[in-house]
Write a protein that binds this ligand. Sequence first.
Ligand code: SAM
Length: 311
Amino acid sequence: MAVLHPYKLRQIKSPLNYIGGKAKLLDQILPLFPKEIDNFIDLFAGGCNVGINVNANKVYCNDILTYLIEMYKSFQQNDLDATIQHIESRVREFNLSLTNEDGYKKIRSLYNEQKNPLDLFVLIAFTFNHQIRFNNSHEFNNPFGRERSSFNATMKQNLEKFIIRIKETNIAFVNVCFNHFDFSNFGSNDFVYCDPPYLITTGTYNDGKRGFKGWTEKEEKELLQVLDNLDSNNIKFALSNVLEHKGKSNSILKNWLAQKPNYKVNFINYNYSNSNYQTIVRDKNASVEVLITNYEPERPPKEQTLFDNIF
Ligand SMILES: C[S@@+](CC[C@H](N)C(=O)[O-])C[C@H]1O[C@@H](n2cnc3c(N)ncnc32)[C@H](O)[C@@H]1O
C-alpha cells in the first residue's frame, strides 16, 4: 500500500472552485514549504486552498475582496449545521437549479440589497464558472451558470470539510491590500505565501473591473518590493507565478530574479506529466509555472534534478 505524506492525509479542496486556485498544484507546492512554520500568511488567499492545508501554529488568510473575507468569517463564527441549512433553504426558497436563471437573478438581487455573507456562497454555487465578480457599485454581477453550476453533493461535502477545518484551525481572516499587511510582528519562524493575480495571464481579478483594485505592473513591482523587505527582515517567503505564458514573458519578474542570486526558482509541472524544461520552452503556448523562494527548499534528490540547469 502506498504511504501518504502527512500533508496529503490532511489535504482538502476548497468548495469555491476558485479561478486560479492552487488545489491541483498543492502536491508540488506544499513539500517546498519550510517544515516548521509558526505564523503562515496566505497574502492572496482567494479560495484558501493553500491556507487551509498548511501546517502552522497560526494561519492568516488575507484577500482584498471584502465580501469573500466576510463570508469566511461567517463560516468561522456560525454553527456548521446552521450554515448548511441556510444555504439549502435558499436553494429551496428560490427554486435554484441548473436551469432556473430567474431564481438566480432574484437571489443575486437580494444579496446585493442585504449582503448576507452566506448568500454569497449560494451565488458562488450557481454562478458562471463559480466566479466572484462585482461591479464598481459593489454589486455582484456575474451571470448565471446555466447547465454547469449548482450546489451539488460534492460541493456540499467540500463545504462541510472546509468549515470544519476553518473551525479547528487557528486562523484569522484579514481584508487588506497586500501592501498594507502589517508584518512588523513576524520573524524568522514565519512564512509568507503569495499567489497574486498573474501579470501575464488573464483572470477576473486582474482586469480592474471588479469594484476592487486590479493588477498592473505597478502592483507587480510593489509586491516584489514587499518580498525584498521580508527577505531583509529574515522572513521566509514563496511566490507563485508564471515566467512565461502563451508566448508572453514576465520581464519584470525575470529582471528582478536576475538581481537576486539568493532567490531560488522552483519549477512547477503545470501541464506536463513527463517533460523537462527544454521541452516546455520549445512549446510556444506553454506556461512556465514557478514557485520563487528566498530559501532552499528541502526536497528529495529525485525532484531536484527535474528542472536543473535552466538559468
Ligand atoms: C490567484 S488568486 C489566489 C488563489 C488561491 N491561492 C487559491 O488557491 O484559492 C489571487 C487572489 O488575489 C486577490 N487580490 C488581488 N489583488 C489583491 C491585492 N491588491 N491585495 C490582496 N489580495 C489581492 C484576488 O482577489 C484573488 O482572490
